[in-house]
Write a protein of this length. Structure first.
Length: 258
């Protein structure tokens, strides 16, 4: 069992070393970079990764390209702002010596937010297929929240070791991610799926998102970071419904100066 670790990047010079160093156990490391303007590609190459420069295709297509360019059928997918835990590394190394393998493995992802491990609020364990045989699965093409889709006859198992996720640097960064990436992409995805919003959904979606994250998903147990996560969940829900309303009414992207 030989494994290719695949990472996509764009201006990740702050994170790429941590990510690559955590997958040094892989037989190959493939980095597909979407025209970074910082030193991401240079750092990745210095750390021994095979680096490919590729204009941005979208999350799923970019990740699938990395899979297609890999030398090995077994793929381990890691985002640039993630890190493989020591426990997960050891689990995967044990798998490499086994014969009766599943076709894919779900892995829990542990968010690190405000320097604290987040265990509630709907953020954990966030099971994701990250180790898989590309003969039996591929990245599902969606605008946001891309995931690996396995064949109907594929056998999927779970690992206990975690991927650490350092997605948010600070409150300003969290707000920027919602405004520039998650809310617009979520709204477009909802529209393409035939979903529509209304005044009441816009008004109440944020309230429901906060209640779900902070109370129903026990976010209050994560202290102040749990409150902040619930607040931004509400902000994201409201924003995506506002943008969906603009899209369905033909207003999204219109030049306000005209």
């Amino acid at each position: 069992m030989k494994i290719s670790a695949c990472i996509i990047t764009f201006n990740e010079e702050k994170n790429i070393s941590r990510a690559i160093n955590s997958v040094k156990w892989a037989d190959e490391i493939v980095v597909v970079d979407s025209e970074s303007t910082d030193s991401t590609r240079q750092i990745a190459a210095q750390l021994g990764a095979k680096v490919i420069k590729q204009k941005w295709l979208g999350f799923a297509l970019q990740k699938q390209l990395a899979v297609n360019l890999a030398e090995n059928d077994w793929i381990f997918s890691l985002d640039a702002d993630e890190e493989v835990s020591e426990e997960l590394k050891n689990e995967i190394l044990r798998l490499k010596t086994e014969e009766n393998l599943a076709d894919a493995y779900k892995i829990p992802r542990l968010p690190i937010y405000m320097n604290r491990k987040i265990l509630h609020g709907g953020w954990y364990p966030d099971w994701q297929i990250r180790l898989f045989n590309r003969k039996k699965g591929r990245w599902r093409e969606v605008l946001i929240h891309e995931s690996v889709q396995m064949d109907s006859d594929a056998r999927v198992s779970k690992l206990k070791g975690e991927i650490f996720h350092y997605s948010v640097e600070n409150f300003s960064h969290h707000n920027q991610m919602i405004a520039e990436r998650y809310a617009p992409l979520a709204a477009r995805q909802m529209f393409e799926e035939g979903k529509r919003t209304s005044f009441l959904k816009i008004v109440f979606s944020g309230c429901f998102a906060f209640i779900r994250s902070y109370f129903l998903k026990l976010g209050f147990l994560d202290g102040f970071p749990g409150f902040c996560i619930a607040y931004f969940a509400a902000h994201h829900a409201t924003m995506k419904h506002l943008l969906l309303w603009e899209i369905q009414n033909g207003l999204y992207g219109r030049d306000s100066s005209k």
